[in-house]
Design a protein around this ligand. Sequence first.
Ligand code: 13P
Ligand code: SF4
Length: 323
Amino acid sequence: MDTSFPVIVERPFVDPSLDLEAEIDRLKRERNAVILSHYYQDSEIQDLADFVGDSLGLSQQAAKTDADVIAFCGVHFMAETAKILSPGKTVVMPDADAGCSLADRCPADVFAKWLEQYPGHTVVSYINTTAAIKAQSDLICTSSNAVKIVESIPADQPVVFAPDRHLGAWVEKQTGREMVKWPGFCVVHEQFTARKLIKLKTAHPNAEIIAHPECEQSVLQLADYIGSTTGLIKHVETSSKTTFIVATEMGVMHQMQRLRPDATLIGAPPDSGCECATCPYMRLNTLEKLYLCLKNLTPQIELDEELRKRALLPVQRMLEISA
Ligand code: 13P
Ligand code: SF4
């Protein structure tokens, strides 16, 4: 997979007169497929999905579905996790090049060498990693359970946390324990800056700032609420405030607005010249590609069985702790 940034979007030809929603629905029934979508997908994909969720919710759904085919609208590590959990299912995704800067910048061979410096450490890896990294880990976590997962490890046990340094730093703050951190970051969340947020807050003094823990600590310090995508959406749903400055990928705003039509949602601007924060990998998936992947059952996730079994153990431990 070419992981260089920015990602070039290829648009396969699909007859523009097709009613894609109807075709996807027909293929879904023909294939006995379930469509899983992350909150960072285009709203038209979210609206077609059987389940929309965060990384934890999606892996829980993938583990328990009785569908024959999982059409995974998210990024590669998410579809791969579905295959780790449900090896008997056909797992397809609209665009197999939908990577993730965290997963792609943590190569398995380099990680193995790096780990040699930390014998006896418990290795906690974020779900945003390849199966080859998961196979070298003791525990997997997502942004919604990272604190709980680290707290499940005895306090005197040294911990390595990979690959998101910002999520790791936030977990350190919540748990009061120091960890060895791999220096990875998310290209979307790294673009939010305290300077731009302070400007926005000055213009909207009554707004609540809500942020994903993949943001830098200087950004998180300004946040009134920090949580996973599901956590952020639930917070907006239940908050008594009416204006929110949202520091994460703007796809989450679709569900926020659906649940709180009265709320004003302001996307925190990235410090990149762009006005909106979208994940260039997530957004490789389109309705056309979802239609094609259900029609052709490709691209499919394939995994070496030995690797899958080793990657499964820490994922299962995570699901048990999160149950
Ligand atoms: P969630 O755990 O909220 O799904 O986050 C996944 C992700 O990739 C955030 O950038
Ligand atoms: Fe990866 Fe960041 Fe995109 Fe999430 S938003 S999939 S962490 S690059």
